[in-house]
Design a protein around this ligand. Structure first.
Ligand code: SF4
Length: 290
């Protein structure tokens, strides 16, 4: 079910803060809720107050607001697409809000960083090329190299192999793209084989970086949903989680550090960065002379 809503503002955060993972300062969410159904999704947390998370709410005035807000921004800083939902979930095919937002961003010459699992992002390559003249990065989230497992933990999202194909198409078109490898779920995808295969497939696809976040965060709202899904998809695992993590927010195991070290080493071996290069504003020529 979809519902039209009106937003008061559309850009979150401010230019003075830079997200250390993605280099973003502003965030944009054109929709509320997400239909990809990832069992671990943090956006289901109660603090965000999104009821019926898979019923999508469409911010019908978002494009108009974006135009207005970008016009008034004095500082050009990176806009992050995809923080609370996937801006390329299936509804976007018909509504094209993300595409319209990219058109506005291009007019105002702002840098962007998109995080997505959606194959639809390749539809917008023409615009991404134009925005790349300022700065664009597309991080495709892939948590497992195994299609069968991706279907279990991200049931309505494109398969992992389809997402590697997206990276290939983006990189073949000269778009700066990489992988977001997060979350790494304890006892599910936290294996060396998974990390190794994923890094190698990312490299083959032409990714220039992989941003990895080991472990998982759980809090009220997403914890209950995740546990319900564990009962359904991995019988017996919920009990293991409860024993290992209780009601902790950060859930990672004693192997997490060694897994992360392995990840960094393997990326170094393959000449893959563990962060994208961030946007840096052009230096004012006159100032640089002095
Ligand atoms: S794609 Fe992102 S926002 Fe959507 S359900 Fe998955 S984790 Fe949540």
């Amino acid at each position: 079910m979809t519902r039209l809503i009106s937003a008061k503002t559309i850009l979150g955060s401010s230019a003075s803060k830079v997200d250390p993972w993605f280099g973003t300062s502003y965030t944009i969410n054109l929709y509320r809720g997400c239909s990809h159904g990832c069992i671990y999704c943090d956006s289901r947390s109660k603090c965000y107050q999104i009821d019926n998370f898979e019923d999508i709410q469409v911010k019908q005035n978002s494009i108009e607001l974006l135009h207005k807000e970008l016009r008034s921004k004095k500082v050009r800083a990176t806009i992050g697409f995809g923080s609370m939902n996937d801006c390329y979930m299936p509804i976007e095919e018909q509504l094209q809000l993300t595409r319209q937002a990219l058109e506005i961003v291009n007019i105002h010459r702002f840098p962007i960083h998109i995080i997505t699992k959606g194959t639809l992002v390749i539809r917008d390559i023409d615009l991404l090329k134009k925005i790349s003249e300022v700065y664009a990065a597309v991080s495709v989230t892939i948590t497992t190299a195994d299609d069968k497992l991706s279907k279990v933990i991200e049931p309505n999202a494109p398969l992992s192999s389809e997402r590697f194909d997206v990276i290939k198409t983006l990189s073949d078109n000269g778009i700066n793209s990489g992988v977001t490898l997060m979350p790494v779920l304890p006892f599910i995808n936290d294996t060396r084989e998974n990390i190794e295969q994923l890094i190698h497939k990312a490299k083959e696809a032409g990714a220039s970086y992989i941003i990895a976040g080991m472990g998982l965060t759980l809090r009220e709202g997403n914890r209950e949903y995740f546990y319900k899904q564990l009962d359904k998809r991995f019988p017996g695992l919920k009990e293991k989680y409860i024993k290992a993590f209780g009601d902790k927010y950060n859930c990672y195991t004693s192997q997490t550090n060694s897994l992360y070290n392995y990840f960094k080493q393997e990326c170094r071996n393959l000449n893959l960065a563990t962060k994208p290069g961030f946007y840096s504003p052009p230096v004012n020529r006159q100032t640089s002379l002095f």
